[in-house]
Design a protein around this ligand. Structure first.
Ligand code: GLU
Length: 427
């Protein structure tokens, strides 16, 4: 690894390759490319946490703020074994593009703690969250950097984070973090927001392509906070869900999977494994390897789990018409090229999954105004905002005859480049 490029990682290379393609289309000068690409600030923290058995273990956490040009920074923090400076840097960059595309007044950020949350008790997770929050105090604030949920974190962690920050400053500051439980100043609809946003984008896309959601056969990889909402909403609208997977297993159901029944099974058993067999022979379902769901025949393939799932290895075998990226960074640039060559279109993550940060923005605004909006109002505003971002991407792709990912990035990068130009250089 080259000295001075500490944030480099496979995922950062993916994000950089996507950016380079867009910068070529826009004809950005070299100095601006570097300025827009590299993370503005990165904090690494190592901190001790007392485990339940009395041992003291050191954990490593990060917070990367990609650009300070657009206002405070915004983005989630994750708990996963693969969390690294390089991963957070890529994810922070994507947050910048996501916020710019949605015209939210934020730059991107991302953070996390390297750990396996499944192997930690609730008490240990609380101590990790509180200490991580305390370590970030020098760089965060309601007008500086506002964290949120991401993989392995949710309302519970946001409540601890909010409380820790508030204790440290001596009064309650709900706008320090979004994705809080509603009773603590969280907003209606934040929990399902990312999934709902994905569905609104798909609806809009289907209208533009002159087809309907009811005619689509759908595969969803991931049945967590995002994947379950998408699968349930699409099922309720009348689409046929022909494949599902989570960390415990995969299911194929060419005649359709009852997503409501799958959700009830997961609530009781903790994962999808065993669901297909429990439905009996008449259910038409079979258990498959969880990585095999990506290759099931369908119209819409929706990766809603981890990054780098669609690679050179499996891209030639995908059997779908369109990929809708509910996860961040699920498709590598090489796979993107293979899919483009095969005529499979990709609705990029920065558009498809931006509903989460959009409703986070609504939460932050409501917290500052001390006034809350109801679920209907949030849904309407979210739908409008997602539809307007889709329209911009669609138009940019048509004008320049480019793929949707590059089109989305040109819209976002132009906005940030323009802000950087107007703010000029200090001193
Ligand atoms: N972690 C989410 C994302 O990747 C949401 C971030 C936020 O709400 O600030 O977009």
């Amino acid at each position: 690894m080259a000295t001075g490029h500490e944030w480099r990682s496979e995922l950062y290379q993916d994000a950089s390759a996507q950016f380079a393609r867009c910068a070529d289309v826009l004809g950005l000068p070299d100095d601006l490319r570097t300025r827009l690409l590299e993370p503005r600030r990165a904090l690494t923290v190592n901190f001790p946490v007392r485990r339940d058995d009395g041992r003291v273990e050191n954990f490593t956490g990060y917070r990367v703020q990609h650009t300070l040009t657009m206002g405070p920074t915004k983005g989630g923090f994750r708990y996963a074994p693969g969390v690294s400076l390089g991963e957070c840097s890529a994810l922070a960059m994507w947050m910048t593009w996501k916020c710019a595309l949605l015209e939210l007044p934020y730059g991107g950020a991302k953070g996390g703690v390297r750990c396996q949350p499944r192997e930690l008790s609730v008490g240990e997770l609380e101590r990790i969250t509180r200490r991580y929050a305390a370590e970030l105090i020098p760089v965060i604030g309601p007008d500086r950097d506002i964290p949120a949920p991401d993989m392995g974190t949710g309302e519970r962690e946001m409540a601890w984070f909010y409380d820790t920050y508030s204790q440290s400053v001596g009064h309650s500051v709900p706008e320090i973090v979004t994705g809080k439980p509603p009773v603590l100043g969280g907003t209606a609809e934040r929990r399902p927001a990312t999934g709902l946003g994905v569905v609104y984008v798909i609806e809009g896309m289907m209208e533009r392509l002159d087809t309907t959601l009811r005619d689509q056969r759908v595969v969803v990889q991931g049945f967590g906070n995002v994947g379950e909402v998408i699968a349930s909403e699409l099922f309720a609208i009348g689409a046929t869900v022909v494949g599902l997977s989570d960390a415990t297993g995969g299911i194929a159901g060419p005649d359709g999977i009852d997503v409501e029944a799958a959700g009830a099974w997961v609530a009781e058993h903790g994962g999808l494994a065993g669901f297909a067999d429990a439905q009996g022979a008449g259910g038409g379902l079979r258990e498959i390897d969880r990585s095999a769901v990506l290759e099931l025949g369908c119209d819409l393939l929706i990766p809603a789990a981890l990054e780098r799932q669609i690679t050179v290895e499996n891209a030639p075998r995908l059997d779908c018409r369109m990929v809708v990226e509910a996860a961040n960074g699920p498709t590598t640039p090489e796979a993107d090229r293979i899919l483009a060559g095969r005529g499979i279109q990709v609705v990029p993550d920065v558009l498809a999954n931006a509903g989460g940060v959009c409703v986070s923005y609504f939460e932050w605004v409501q917290d500052q105004q001390k006034y809350s909006w109801d679920a209907i109002e949030i849904q309407e505003r979210l739908r409008r905002q997602m539809r307007s971002a889709l329209a911009k991407v669609w138009d940019a792709a048509g004008e320049r005859d480019i793929d949707w990912r590059t089109a989305a990035l040109t819209v976002a990068v132009r906005r940030v480049a323009e802000a950087a130009r107007l703010r000029a250089i200090y001193p």
